[in-house]
Design a protein around this ligand. Structure first.
Ligand code: GTP
Ligand code: SPV
Ligand code: MN
Length: 586
């Protein structure tokens, strides 16, 4: 418990508004969490899974209209509308507090309000930040205990300070029409109502660690990014670190814990996972860019995760994990999802809670069904995972899901060009957010749904960070694992074999690695990417490394249109970079 008067005052104000029957302060102890899990089992909110096969694991279902982030109901409530920028929904803070205040009024009557103290980052670290989430959901409490560092350590970290993010979440009646996820960056505050889905309600994650933290980073001179962090250890025992930003459900968790192909394993290469979704980046005393993962767990996409595509993620879910909206296999009380193996369980319940045996052509698991697993479970979790200093970054990789246009990999000419490449990222939409799937949209730095302020200013912040980093700035690359052939098949094998591309990236960081300069940047020479043992021809590789000027001219036109939306807050440098591309593809 805490004596922090800022916390106590705020909690009692919120309590007066939501009027719970009871308030329970979460201490992070296993005994308290176990008591809560038991209570959730008695109401059906959680179902206990097979204790031998999946010890400490639970199944959870959200309601069918609440299975993904809701970008249309997500707001940035800055005082000045202009500060939210053209890519965010905006509501005036006073209006949002009033509107949601009415919804929250008495919203916890007959319920318990849980007070969850947590840290994003590490206890005692100047880079760790405290948050407090109030919620009426046990699912949220037990998930936050996996995803963040919860309990007394957060009170110790905060001390008497007022510097904590105030998160209020209420399930209310899960009404879609009155669902709101509102962020008040100038007040360090998040209010979320009428949802029970991960990204909308585990407020430490996207709401705090990206939307609020990106604003804090801009103000305080650091960056909060939608990036995985991984380390590649060479046979001499030296480890180089890479950050990569891909949009939701475009391969961060998979890349973050990849298993190296045999050719690299034999030589002694290893891959270490520092983080799979969020990176907080700062300039270290040595002038380099350093990254920490502020989270403590993985909230990963279940479908497609199997012992070939991502054995490390699968292993991470084998104990103390929560599965949401997957198939419940009643034969042995375990879970299943599409892409786990080829045989759906015969005697099962689908994500909607209905009997299902995989024969009626419907999907058993929701495409955005997820696992919530402690990072410590991951067989390749980095020895630096708990290091509050983080790890030094050699390369930054942007990437998206694109059937055409973007080659397998290319390197930007320099940091400024790299910022342009990130700003012009485009990707096909996925099931991670409500709405159409497979539509190409611009998603700068994979931050479109997560930047808590004007994105023109955000590009400016990237450029400024590059100025400060100077010659020590990481090199910037772009990848696309998702190029399709004429029959709609992925050309590149992907997954573990993406290591072959990362090796070229690291080579380039050391001034090695063959490359040719093209209209869009440096592309590997044939032979610079090792395809030993791969079922891909040199021709096919050359094809996915090719740069089609016609397609890029069309892309440049679409970037110009996109840029126009940012008005005069788009840095001049971005226009300059676009003009270079336009000239190059003419
Ligand atoms: P969020 O948690 O939503 O931020 O997603 P993420 O970026 O961590 O994506 P994740 O690694 O969970 O991958 C999402 C989907 O992409 C899964 O269905 C994967 O099977 C698929 N995927 C990941 N990597 C590759 C790849 O290299 N090639 C192909 N073809 N598919 C991939
Ligand atoms: C994403 O959608 O990018 C996720 C899942 O990582 S959520 O936490 O729902 O945002
Ligand atoms: Mn994500």
């Amino acid at each position: 418990m805490t004596t922090n008067k800022h916390v106590l005052t705020w909690v009692s104000e919120m309590e007066a508004m939501v009027k719970p029957d009871k308030v329970v302060w979460i201490d992070g102890s296993e005994a308290q969490l176990e008591e809560l899990r038991r209570e959730a089992m008695s109401t059906g909110e959680l179902e206990k899974l097979n204790e031998e096969k999946l010890p400490g694991c639970y199944l959870h279902r959200s309601v069918p209209n609440d299975v993904a982030r809701v970008e249309g109901r997500t707001f940035i409530c800055s005082r000045d509308k202009g500060d939210a920028g053209p890519t965010n929904n905006w509501m005036a803070p006073a209006e949002a507090y009033e509107k949601l205040g009415k919804l929250f009024d008495g919203a916890m009557k007959g319920r318990t309000m849980y007070v969850i103290p947590y840290i994003m980052g590490h206890k005692g670290s100047p880079f760790g930040k405290a948050g407090v989430e109030l919620t009426d959901s046990i699912y949220v409490v037990v998930s936050m205990a996996i995803m963040t560092r919860v309990g007394q350590q957060a009170w110790d970290h905060l001390g008497g300070s007022n510097d904590f993010v105030r998160g209020l979440h209420g399930k209310k009646d899960l009404s879609e029409e009155d669902r709101y996820i509102c962020h008040f960056p100038e007040d360090n505050t998040i209010w979320s109502i009428n949802s029970g889905y991960g990204g909308n309600v585990l407020l430490g994650k996207k709401c705090f660690a990206l939307r609020i933290a990106s604003y804090q980073g801009k103000t305080e001179g650091w960056m909060a990014e939608h990036m995985l962090i991984l380390g590649i250890e060479n046979p001499k025992g030296e480890t180089k670190y890479i950050c990569a930003a891909f949009p939701s459900a475009c391969g961060k968790t998979n890349l973050a814990m990849l298993i190296p192909p045999e050719i690299y394993q034999k030589q002694g290469y290893k891959v270490w996972c520092v983080g799979d979704d969020i990176a907080w980046l700062r300039i270290g005393e040595d002038g380099r860019l350093w990254a920490v993962n502020p989270e403590a767990g993985f909230f990963g996409v279940a479908p497609g995760t199997n012992d070939k595509s991502n054995p490390n993620a699968l292993a991470s879910t084998k104990k103390n994990s929560i599965f949401t909206n997957v198939v419940h296999n009643l034969d042995d009380n375990t879970v299943w999802w599409e892409g786990m193996d080829k045989t759906p369980p015969k005697h099962a319940v689908n994500w909607l809670g209905q009997p299902w045996d995989g024969t009626d052509g419907t999907k058993g698991a929701h495409p955005n069904s997820r696992f919530t697993a402690p990072a410590k479970n991951c067989p390749c979790v980095s020895p630096e995972f708990d290091n509050p200093k983080g790890v030094p970054i050699s390369a930054i990789i942007f990437g998206g899901r694109r059937a055409k246009t973007a080659p397998l990999v290319y390197q930007s000419r320099d940091w400024k060009h790299g910022v342009f490449v990130g700003s012009a990222m485009a990707s096909e939409t996925t099931a991670a957010a409500a709405g159409a799937v497979g539509v190409v949209r611009r998603d700068p730095m994979a931050m479109l749904p997560f930047c808590g302020y004007h994105m023109g200013d955000y590009f400016g912040h990237w450029l400024e960070m590059g100025e400060k980093l100077g010659g020590k700035a990481p090199k910037i690359f772009n990848v696309n694992w998702f190029r399709l052939d004429d029959d709609g098949n992925f050309i590149w094998p992907g997954f573990g074999d993406n290591m072959r591309v990362l090796m070229w990236v690291l080579d380039r960081c050391e001034g090695k690695g063959g490359a040719v300069e093209t209209a869009i940047g440096y592309v590997p020479t044939p032979g610079a990417i090792d395809i030993t043992d791969l079922d891909i021809t040199g021709e096919a590789l050359a094809d996915i490394l090719s740069v089609d000027k016609g397609l890029w001219a069309a892309d440049a036109a679409s970037i110009r249109e996109f840029y126009q939306g940012f008005g005069d807050r788009l840095p001049q440098e971005m226009w300059h970079q676009l003009e270079i591309l336009e000239a190059n593809v003419k």
